[in-house]
Design a protein. Structure first.
Lengths: 118, 410
């Protein structure tokens, strides 16, 4: 059990190390001749106007809230899915109710126009 | 004989015995084997991408009636290697005002996330990184770290186009993650385990025949998660130049490039594992090497389909993309989950062809209902097209032939 997680940790460390080593090697091989013009921000040839880091559009925020609800819901459903073969039909009905409550939430967001891109 | 049937296990046991023979404690042998296995798998995946990029460019060329790469080596096979060599020696430019730490970390994360997915995919009945009992959740978690790399690139580059690309990446990640996670429940439900090797070995009948609607939803959501063609809004080159990776150069850009291709192939592989039976096939249990071949064939089929889609379907608008995820895919995925759960429970206990037939039937009915609802919805919400100008003048030559010919005859 723990060994599997050790393997994952090693794997993730190596999969971070390989691109890091590649970029490191490239940084050694490549020329380094920075200049103000070269390092300036690209904006279709004209000079940059104003700050680049602007506010998020509120629309993204709405989607983020919806996403949070549904992703947490799915995480709750995973135990049900794993145990599905041992469960009785009654459990399936309970899950249907659970999903319907959340589908109600989606329907509400839909009716209130949260899903319209404006 | 054993070597041909299962070369990897053969080599592993041999190496294991050699290392133990040197007097190294068993724990350290295990550790060394882990490092070797993980390193080889990750490195192999990355080198494999070189061939993949060539294949995709060649195929894309053929789809669009071009030749594709054809100068370097026979059929342009060495094109990608030449590109790699070139990109290695390009200057790494850091733009003014960039957040250095995030800017340098982002391409690493994008690449590491894709490589990390390979840790849980079973390549054959005996060869897999690990069969952890939360494999599917791991796929979701690690898969979204790749998107995190894109968002970080957008935020740290200090560039408006990059930021817009980052916004769009957030939107697509959030939206398509939902139907994807819901459809991932269905293979888990049918197999009764979250380990990917368990899911693969549970598929005596491939899950695509038991849950075709879920497979379709997962396929579309996976393309969107990759940020590939119909959903490549985050790097729409005609709108926001190159999106999130605009300020990257040299190998840092190359990392995004490689990660993109490898991610497409990896998600084709995940699709093949979850819905097409993975390494399952005649004789795969006895000859695990054969299982690897089956997996490759299935993956290649799915991959070719995604490549064809990439080069044929035009890009969606962002509101269309969002509406498609939330108003169509998510309800369909939820309905598909419920239908599969109910029909599978209600079906007679004999786990035979009757159950599969019932599931297919229920899925077809579900898809037809969804199709009908979409048609109704579209009719309700059809807006009259705004008239921007007068009708275009018809070319004179056409008008004259149509109108004047009868007069000549009479």
């Amino acid at each position: 059990m723990l060994q599997e997680w050790l393997y994952l940790a090693i794997f993730l460390a190596i999969s971070l190390f390989i691109p890091a080593a590649a970029i490191g090697a490239a940084a050694l091989l490549s020329p380094k001749k920075p200049s103000t013009l070269k390092n300036s921000i690209y904006e279709c040839g004209i000079e940059t106007v104003g700050p680049a880091r602007i506010q998020f559009k509120a629309q993204y925020y709405l989607y983020a809230i919806l996403f949070l609800i549904f992703d947490v819901e799915t995480v709750f459903l995973f135990p049900f899915a794993v145990a599905y073969n041992q469960l009785l039909f009654f459990a399936v009905i309970e899950v249907i109710l659970f999903v319907f409550v959340l589908a109600g939430g989606l329907a509400y967001a839909w009716r209130r126009g949260a899903l319209e891109w404006s | 004989m054993i070597f041909i049937a299962d070369p990897i296990t053969f080599i592993t046991t041999w190496l294991n015995s050699v290392l133990t023979g040197w007097g190294i404690p068993a724990i350290w042998v295990q550790f060394i084997m882990f490092i070797l296995g993980a390193g080889l798998l990750a490195l192999g995946a990355m080198i494999f991408t070189i061939g993949l990029i060539w294949l995709e460019r060649k195929l894309g060329g053929r789809v669009q009636d071009r030749l594709g790469p054809n100068r370097v080596g026979p059929w342009g096979i060495f094109q990608t290697i030449a590109d790699m060599l070139k990109i290695f020696t390009k200057e790494l430019i850091t733009p003014v005002g960039a957040d250095k730490f995030l800017y340098n970390l982002a391409p690493l994360l994008a690449m590491a996330a894709v490589l990390g997915l390979w840790a849980v995919i079973p390549l054959s009945p005996t060869v897999f990184g690990t069969n952890i009992n939360v494999g599917v959740l791991y796929l979701i978690g690690i898969g979204s770290i790749g998107e995190l790399g894109i968002i970080m690139a957008g935020l740290s580059s200090n560039n408006k186009y990059a930021l817009l690309g980052g916004f769009r990446a957030v939107a697509s990640l959030l939206s398509y993650e939902v139907p994807m996670a819901i459809t991932l429940l269905i293979p888990v439900m049918l197999a009764g385990s979250m380990g990917l090797n368990d899911i693969a070995s549970a598929q005596k009948v491939a899950f695509i025949f038991q849950a075709p609607v879920a497979a379709l939803v997962f396929f579309i959501a996976a393309i969107a998660e990759n940020g590939r063609a119909p959903f490549d809004l985050m790097e729409a080159d005609s709108e926001i130049v190159a999106g999130f990776n605009i300020e990257y150069s040299g190998l840092k850009f190359g990392m995004y490039y490689v990660a993109d291709f490898l991610h497409a192939f990896t998600s084709a592989m995940i699709f093949a594992t979850l819905f097409l039976g993975g390494w399952n096939g005649p004789g795969a249990e006895q000859y695990p090497a054969l299982g690897f071949l089956y997996l490759l064939i299935k993956t290649a089929l799915v991959y070719l389909l995604t490549v064809t889609i990439r080069f044929t379907v035009p890009r969606l608008r962002i509101d269309q993309m969002m509406a498609f995820a939330w108003k169509y895919l998510t309800p369909l995925a939820l309905a598909s989950l419920l239908v599969t759960a109910v029909v599978d429970k209600a079906a007679p206990a004999g786990q035979g062809l009757l159950r599969v037939a019932l599931l297919i039937g229920a899925n077809i009915v579900l898809f037809l209902i969804a199709d009908r609802l979409v048609t109704l919805y579209r009719k309700q919400h059809e807006k009259a097209r705004k008239v921007v100008s007068d009708d275009r003048p018809v070319p004179v030559a056409i008008r004259s032939t149509v109108v004047e010919e009868p007069e000549v005859n009479s």
